[in-house]
Design a protein around this ligand. Structure first.
Ligand SMILES: [Zn+2]
Length: 73
């Protein structure tokens, strides 16, 4: 997976030891966060493909732009 941002140089930040908040293991990372093992596990178990939902969106009256002006009475 490619990084979303490419406007910073990650190698400019020193690698430090952080504790993973999920598994409590120490890992060498540039930024605090999940360890690489947890990232891999979560990507494998939680990732899903996009799919088309067969449903029609019907806005309620209170989300219509100007419900009073559009009323027929
Ligand atoms: Zn972890």
């Amino acid at each position: 997976m490619q990084p979303v941002m490419d406007s910073y140089d990650a190698t400019a930040f020193a690698v430090e030891s952080y504790t993973c908040p999920r598994c409590q293991a120490a890992a060498e990372m540039r930024f605090p966060g999940l360890c690489p093992a947890c990232v891999t596990t979560l990507r494998d178990t939680m990732r899903r493909e996009a799919h088309v939902v067969d449903a029609e969106y019907v806005p309620k009256v209170n989300v219509t732009a100007n419900a009073v002006a559009l009323r027929n009475d």
